[in-house]
Design a protein. Structure first.
Lengths: 71, 139
């Protein structure tokens, strides 16, 4: 299956560093665990609000969490 | 699999049954009588009512089984729903304009009703399938 989003992300690494499970992160963000899974697998690009909330909870800068490759 | 995706999977057989079930009944009836003499109205209403009741019942059953998940519809669910609804709206335009065209050429009510019913049914199916596609492939 092709990746529908061009964004790459470090959500999984940042979440593991923050010692959070997908369920815990989802609960703090008010989304389902499946949404976290879809973001980590590059199947869903969160909107800005969710991305900022995620960066705040994981205590990383937004550009460290998400990036858009040059090509 | 999220609750919203499960709920689409559950309503999909009902949507298919509504279109196929009525189509089979109609084909069987049209083998023995003409469209002009066929009394289809109550059967059609029955199919629509059964579909609505069955869908609501299944959703209630699913929500009672998965009551914790059922409360949450998140931003991804809403985006998928919105994207699928746009596709469905486009699909609905086809039977809508076809029905207007048929009415303009004074086609029979039978034809107009069935264009609308099958068009609506297919649009419902497209809605469910596109939602499942976006859940599986991503958006």
């Amino acid at each position: 299956m092709t990746k529908p989003t061009k964004l790459t992300n470090n959500v999984r690494q940042s979440r593991l560093l923050a010692e959070l499970t997908q369920e815990q992160l989802a609960s703090q963000l008010g989304v389902t665990r499946q949404t976290i899974l879809a973001i980590e697998n590059g199947k869903y690009s969160p909107n800005l609000e969710l991305a900022f909330q995620m960066a705040r909870i994981l205590d990383v800068a937004l550009e460290e969490l998400f990036s858009l490759p040059e090509n | 699999m999220s609750f919203q995706e499960k709920s689409v999977w559950i309503s999909l057989p009902v949507d298919i049954g509504l279109v196929l079930g009525y189509l089979v009944w109609l084909q069987l009836q049209l083998q023995t009588q003409s469209a002009e003499t066929l009394d289809y109205k109550w059967v059609l209403i029955g199919f629509i009512a059964a579909g609505v009741v069955l869908n609501i019942t299944l959703q209630i059953v699913l929500a009672s089984i998965l009551h914790k998940q059922a409360k949450l519809e998140d931003v991804r669910d809403r985006e998928i729903k919105s994207k699928s609804n746009s596709i469905t709206l486009f699909m609905l335009a086809v039977p809508f304009f076809l029905a207007i065209g048929l009415a303009m050429v004074e086609a029979s009510y039978f034809n107009i009703v069935h264009v609308l019913y099958f068009g609506g049914g297919l649009a419902g199916l497209v809605n469910s399938v596109s939602r499942l596609f976006f859940y599986r492939r991503g958006i």
